[in-house]
Write a protein that binds this ligand. Structure first.
Ligand code: UFG
Length: 341
């Protein structure tokens, strides 16, 4: 049984990815400092798969802690590295905190891979590296620009750190997955997104509004150059996204790479506006959403969606779950959280 280390494995995307690796027969070790997640997420994982992953409460940005954890798991075949701060607005306020955490974390992981001869890395990157693309959909060869936020810049710099490390040490094999907007929850409603405080992201704000925790959703901007005037994103189901990581690791361990690193867009290939997401929510759940159009949010791009042909053809991965089903899974998770399912 292959052992795999998942950093940030109690987080939103991380927890769904743990489940998919366990389903695929991997032994999963989770590293997370629980700074933005709860240890009970492991119960949810265990309820789905029947397996409680080995868990280390440890901070990837702490070199000594990583030294200890990796000395126990030097037999891992690959690392899936999620652990990072991710709030765009907060990163503008606290850039050094973001650079220190996200970059030191990656550097420590790469150092431990070298030290322990662990060859494979799957890194969670973001479509934020494309900024506002001139040509849509974006492909992996679309220009990478300096992102709007320090958070986004940590993703761009992280990609560069990985590329430079590989240039110097071809023993390290990496796949960079550039995610579009992950949404939804596991169909079991055992795990899902757990935002602390007021959500920044659209879907948790919608579901918290519909359940009565927020008064109304503010739709940020209706004067964009899009068919209905609201901004467009490529919303990808989180379980579909999680599966892409399993395929990426299998590709690494089976020596299937043609470049090192390889980069893949992970999205649906379709853009949806904010109003279309609201319609999908109302259609799939039968709930009415209270919302109001307001000013644009600073730093938002107008429209972005991905060309996922490369992931479809080379990884053999494809987004499968429909938008309505995905949005409904987010609603079921919200209801479960509030004891209403
Ligand atoms: N939106 C609203 N009201 C809200 C929240 C969001 O109208 O209360 C709109 C936004 O303006 C945007 C869309 O919904 O048009 C999606 O917003 P999110 O905050 O959910 O997602 P973003 O596209 O802003 O950010 C996501 C990830 C980031 C990543 C970025 C890259 O959260 O990690 O995509 O584009 F950097």
């Amino acid at each position: 049984m292959h052992k795999i280390i998942i950093t940030g494995g109690t987080g939103y995307i991380g927890s769904h990815t743990v489940v998919e690796f366990q389903n695929a027969g991997f032994e999963v070790v989770v590293i997370d400092n629980l700074s933005n997640s709860q240890v009970e997420v492991l119960d949810g994982i265990c309820n789905i798969t029947g397996i409680r992953p080995v868990f280390h409460k440890a901070d990837v940005s702490d070199a000594d802690e990583m030294e200890k954890v990796f000395s126990i798991h030097s037999d891992a075949v690959a690392i899936v590295h999620f652990a990072a701060y991710k709030a765009v607005g907060e990163s503008v306020q606290k850039p050094l905190m973001y650079y220190r955490n996200n970059l030191n974390g990656l550097i420590n992981i790469l150092s431990q891979m070298q030290k322990n001869n662990i060859p494979g890395l799957v890194f969670s990157s973001s479509c934020t590296v494309y900024g506002q693309p001139e040509v849509l959909p974006v492909t992996e060869t679309s220009p990478v620009v300096k992102p709007e936020s320090p958070y986004g810049n940590t993703k761009k710099i992280s990609e560069e750190i990985i590329e430079d490390t590989i240039k110097a040490d071809q023993n390290i094999k990496a796949i960079l997955l550039r995610y579009f907007n992950p949404i939804g929850a596991h169909p079991s409603s055992e795990i899902g997104e757990l935002p602390l405080g007021v959500p920044n992201n659209l879907l948790p704000f919608i579901t918290q509004t519909a359940i009565g925790l927020r008064q109304k959703l503010m739709v940020f901007g209706s004067d964009y150059n899009t068919p209905d005037g609201t901004a467009i994103r490529d919303y990808i189901n989180v379980v579909d996204l999680a599966k892409a990581h399993v395929i990426a690791v299998q590709r690494l361990i089976n020596d299937k790479q043609v470049n090192n690193p390889e980069v893949f867009n992970i999205g649906t290939g379709t853009g949806n506006s904010v109003l279309e997401i609201i319609k999908s929510f109302e259609r799939s759940t039968g709930e009415k959403l209270n919302y109001e159009i307001t000013e644009r949010r600073a730093g938002d791009v107008e429209k972005v969606w991905g060309d996922t042909t490369k992931a479809n053809n080379i990884l053999g991965w494809k987004a499968e779950v429909s938008l309505d089903e995905t949005v409904k899974s987010a609603w079921n998770w919200e209801k479960k959280l509030r004891g209403k399912l």
